[in-house]
Design a protein around this ligand. Structure first.
Ligand code: NPW
Ligand code: ADP
Ligand code: K
Length: 507
């Protein structure tokens, strides 16, 4: 799914009017109907909860007025509030005129702000994608009032005051919505941690914007949902053998962190690798052999950490990092690996910390390597903290372009950056996965997919992220989010990959 900018959304709007031969008021009516259906499913008219719809001067306000009329017709009793405005938009004016006589509509004044008890439902239709500057005056006063109330707030398209694809100044006022109901495609603002307190739970409803426009629109950002993933994992050929799926090498573990290597090894095996060899410090050798008998283990001559790089000839892909430690000898293993390898690399955890601490290593990074930092590891990699979440995304684009690599910034909506700077925001996963070892499982799974010669680097990375999150979602249904441990994810990798496998075409 593409993520459009605010400007592109306006163009999509215009293209739709042209392609369908409809008026902007008709498209607005469609958006309002979609919103009302969403609300009616959750809040029946007979609930009798007080409802206040706050409308701004533009088309977001126009949506609010159309929503008010439609809800009134469906038996709700909303009250409408408009901001004083010198030049409201044409569709605002039209929908203001179309309000039925029995529907109360007031202009907002400081002394007439309504009481908003906890039972009240607020529809925020003040500003959407047309926001052009921080809120001041009556709008600012109203947003403060909404944010101080205990009412349930549902934002139309955007929480008012939030910009669609750029950070606003830190002291800007923004509505804190519990729900944001938007149209057609997700907005970049919804995917960033710094906006979570404003956006709440978000959803996009289809309003059938022109598919040709969307298809042709050039974008930097994609939202990775089920549709986007379908068709990327081919079914296994009847005559395939373990060589088809590759022999992976994993360098992982140190004393006290052999568990990380076991989690990554098991995830790699469940991710469908043909063969797996794990280079483990001697202390991990018996543990690995017992915990993951399907994997071959190569014991290092050092007891506590990895100090020797095995001969790389047999391997189709190499993963390095989980539980590795940052000993000097281990750093030298990484250096040799970066120099010698000719096959895909997956780098995680301490391998990334070593890269961050040794810029000379970063220069050796082979093209198309896949790095999987969480935000702190990413900060160590680039050497300076991000000003905000938008700046971090820019740092990510710069980093992958400079190093010709793929980089996965982990967290909610884990973001994959491709070497050309395109960003892919993953839609699966849940906060239950914020538990030690989840990242090790991801490394193992990605290693398996990079060893599979049938997959492009991009498809392997997208599939790995999506399947990892989906395994987390399925695991959490059984364990609950708090009860989820990283090992639970591994059990679900196989079934999830099966679900995502492309079936034969139907007859
Ligand atoms: N394709 C779709 O998805 C569809 C989108 N639709 C809806 O249209 C919405 C976009 O409408 P929009 O372009 O009219 O912008 P909107 O957000 O109402 O604000 C613009 C007005 O606010 C003003 N203004 C701006 N900032 C301000 C400030 N800080 N303080 C005070 N005023 C400020 C600005 O004035 P100006 O900047 O010109 O001075 C202008 O008057 C979109 O979010 C969705 O709800 C649907 O109807 C149909 C399908
Ligand atoms: N709130 C969340 N929503 C979705 N996924 C999450 C969330 N928190 C963590 N995750 C996922 O869990 C994994 C955690 O990785 P990481 O921080 O490296 O953990 P560890 O180092 O303990 O293995 C990442 O894949 C991340 O995307
Ligand atoms: K709004």
């Amino acid at each position: 799914m593409k993520i459009l900018t605010a400007a592109q959304t306006r163009q999509a709007d215009a293209a739709t009017l042209l392609a369908e031969g409809i008026t902007s008021a008709e498209l607005m009516e469609r958006a309002a109907t979609a919103f009302c259906h969403w609300l009616q499913k959750r809040l029946p008219a007979h609930s009798q909860r007080p409802m206040h719809i706050f409308c701004g001067p533009g088309n977001n306000g126009g949506d609010g007025l159309a929503i008010a009329r439609q809800l009134h017709e469906a038996g709700y009793q909303p009250q409408v509030w408009t901001l004083p405005a010198a030049q409201p938009s044409a569709d605002f004016t039209l929908n203001r005129q179309r309000l039925p006589a029995g529907l109360p509509c007031h202009e907002i004044q400081p002394e007439t702000l309504p009481q908003l008890p906890a039972r009240a439902v607020v529809v925020d239709a003040l500003f959407g994608t047309g926001l052009s500057r921080p809120l001041t005056g009556a709008a600012a006063m109203l947003v403060k009032h909404l944010n101080q109330s205990e009412a349930t707030v549902v934002a139309v398209d955007m929480p008012s005051g939030l910009l669609t694809d750029a950070p606003q100044s830190p002291d800007s006022l923004v509505v804190r919505a519990h729900y944001t109901v938007s149209f057609e495609l997700p907005k970049l603002a919804f995917l960033l941690p710094q906006n979570a307190e404003f956006v709440g739970q978000w959803e996009v409803l289809p309003i059938h914007l022109d598919p040709t426009f969307i298809h042709n629109a050039p974008v930097d950002n994609y939202f990775v949902n089920d549709n986007f993933i379908r068709g990327r994992l081919p079914a296994r050929n009847k005559f395939s053998h373990k060589g088809t799926f590759g022999h992976a090498l994993l360098l992982a573990g140190s004393r006290g962190k052999i568990g990380a290597s076991v989690l990554a090894a098991k995830a790699c095996l469940r991710g469908g690798v043909g063969l797996l060899t794990v280079r483990t410090p001697a202390v991990g050798y018996p543990i690995m052999q017992v915990a993951a008998p399907e994997a071959m283990a190569l014991a290092d001559s050092a007891t506590d950490f990895v100090t020797e790089l095995p001969d790389l000839k047999p391997y189709a892909a190499v993963g390095i990092g989980p539980g590795l430690g940052q000993e000097h000898a281990t750093c030298e293993v990484l250096r040799q690996l970066l120099r010698k390898t000719k096959v895909p690399l997956v780098l995680d955890a301490d391998a990334l910390n070593l890269l961050g601490a040794n810029p000379s290593l970063l220069k050796l990074l082979p093209r198309e390597s896949l790095l999987t930092p969480h935000p702190k590891e990413f900060e160590r990699l680039v050497g300076k903290p991000a000003r905000d979440d938008y700046h971090r995304l820019e740092q990510l684009r710069t980093f992958v372009r400079e190093h010709g690599c793929y980089c996965v910034l982990k967290g909610a909506y884990t973001t994959l950056a491709a070497p050309d700077g395109t960003l892919y925001f993953n839609s699966t996963g849940n906060p239950g996965m914020a538990t030690g070892g989840s990242g090790d499982v991801l490394t193992g799974l990605l290693l398996a997919l990079r060893a599979d010669k049938r997959l492009s680097p991009l498809d392997a990375a997208l599939l790995g992220l999506y399947a990892h999150g989906r395994a987390g979602d399925q695991a959490a249904q059984q364990t609950g989010e708090a009860g989820l441990v990283a090992g639970d994810l591994i059990r679900f990798i196989g079934p999830v990959l099966q679900e995502l496998t492309t079936p034969l075409p139907g007859l």
